[in-house]
Write a protein that binds this ligand. Structure first.
Ligand code: GLC
Length: 466
């Protein structure tokens, strides 16, 4: 991987955030107080790009390319922790302290509304024409808040079902089929069942929602004015499936503390039959990383995630859009850069080759014959966005705090838990966030919803995604 001209800085965590990070596991391979510099530095960086440490090698390659092409307007890459919740905390911290260390903010698709509503980022509606014909519609939508553009598409993400072709003939179409297949195979083989993201963090909410939507559920009414979480039986179907799978050990070992890369490592070692994960795992499972060999390189395939009735496909829309910080002193440079990230063939093809998936629509046509892009094309239309309400984060924390103890049999009452999530959905529609309070909560590692697990994060630069 060429890293010629970029300074790679793993952002030091400020104050007590360091404690939080220590509890969560550090960003890839580093002490969080340290900064890491690449072989050759940007000579004179003009602005910074704060982006997830997941898929670090991809962001790095792209920043290198920009710096080569723009010697007078170089970017410094600031790699945030790999987990979504921790990235958000760091960006809030930057706003509260008004440090303005970050010019470009790599925002998870779920944060556009929240950051826009609180004026933490600048409006980018005037650049709509430049991306309208270039980026896929889902990525543009996830960059919008109340019909206006507040971010510019960069990468997207979809959930795949990975399965072992030496153990499974046809991938399951329903969650119950998957359950039965695991049990049947386990009668003959000593192997973990279904690996996915079961730790109490955003990734778990993604997984729960895929089950919930796949059972016909909707978080909000169509007019997005009330919670619909408890309408029908989807909320209960989804949590009951997880509870049963936990009780019957259909879930692979360590499921309840696993983030993306824990699941990926387990499956890559040949220790699970099925896995839910983002596309980034494909090249790694294919054994493309020399120092990260794959036990399953010839024995796995990808399919759409099941639903409960076997109709259609289901996937959460994930990904990252880039916004420009309201605190930035370098907004013009930053805007030029975020537009380039969306519209440069070369930059977008680096994403396409290395993952996560790009947002440039033409790449999906050009690569339609490739298996990975074929599947992405197939599942894209049915993929669902998490509700883009400003209070999404509180809803997510409520889902984490209430549903995790239910499926892990930690003594929580399922009915009360589902009602608490319903209540949080209702409140998320009207919630205003208090940024300072948020940052204080992030400072306190004992606070609910911000705790981490020691084994949470990957430990090298290629570790991915959260
Ligand atoms: C991936 C997705 C992101 C999601 C996160 C959850 O990074 O791109 O949208 O929130 O995983 O772990």
């Amino acid at each position: 991987m060429g890293r010629k001209r970029t300074i790679i800085r793993l952002v030091g965590l400020v104050g007590a955030l360091a404690l939080l990070a220590a509890a969560c596991g550090d960003p890839p391979g580093e002490d969080p107080d340290d900064t890491e510099e690449a072989d050759v530095e940007a000579d004179d960086p003009q602005f910074t790009w704060a982006v997830t440490g997941a898929d670090a090698a991809t962001h790095e390659e792209i920043a290198d390319l920009w710096n080569e092409e723009n010697p007078d307007n170089q970017v410094q890459l600031e790699l945030l922790p790999a987990e979504a919740d921790d990235q958000r905390a760091q960006m809030f911290q930057d706003q509260v302290t008004e440090e303005g260390r970050f010019d470009v903010l790599g925002l998870d698709v779920i944060w556009t509304g929240e950051f826009a509503d609180n004026d933490l980022i600048v409006p980018l509606e005037e650049y709509r024409d430049e991306i309208e014909d270039v980026s896929i519609p889902g990525a543009i939508e996830s960059s919008e808040w109340q019909g206006e553009l507040w971010a510019i598409p960069y990468s997207t993400n979809f959930g795949f079902l990975y399965y072992r072709t030496d153990l499974v003939d046809e991938p399951p179409e329903t969650w119950d089929e998957l359950f039965d297949m695991v049990q049947q195979i386990q009668e003959e083989e000593d192997i973990g069942g279904y690996a996915a993201q079961g730790d109490s963090y955003e990734g778990f909410v993604v997984n729960y929602l895929e089950l919930f939507w796949g059972a016909g559920g909707e978080v909000f009414t169509e007019g997005q004015d009330a919670s619909a979480f408890l309408e029908g039986d989807a909320a209960e179907t989804a949590i009951t499936w997880l509870q049963d799978a936990f009780d019957e050990e259909v879930l692979a070992p360590g499921f309840n503390t696993a983030v993306e890369d824990d699941a990926r490592n387990l499956f890559q070692a040949g220790d699970a039959i099925f896995m839910r994960n983002w596309p980034y795992a494909v090249p790694l499972l294919e054994g493309q990383e020399e120092d990260d060999p794959s036990e399953v390189e010839d024995d796995f395939d990808i399919a759409p995630l099941p639903t409960f009735d076997g109709e259609g496909t289901m996937s959460t829309l994930g990904g990252l859009n880039n916004a420009v910080s309201a605190l930035s002193d370098n907004q013009d440079q930053a805007i030029e850069f975020v537009l380039w990230l969306a519209t440069s063939d070369e930059a977008q093809n680096i994403l396409a080759d290395m993952q996560p998936p790009p947002t440039m629509a033409s790449i999906y046509e050009e690569r339609a014959d490739d298996e990975l892009y074929g599947l992405l094309n197939e599942i894209q239309e049915d993929a669902r966005a998490r509700p883009p309400v400003p209070g999404y984060n509180s809803f997510s924390l409520a889902a984490q705090d209430n549903l995790h103890p239910v499926y892990t049999d930690a003594g929580a009452d399922p009915t009360d838990a589902l009602q608490a999530v319903d209540q949080a959905a209702e409140e998320a529609l009207v919630e205003e966030i208090d940024i300072e309070e948020e940052a204080e909560e992030a400072d306190d590692p004992d606070d609910e919803g911000e705790e981490g697990d020691e084994d949470d994060e990957g430990d090298d630069e290629n570790d991915e995604d959260g």
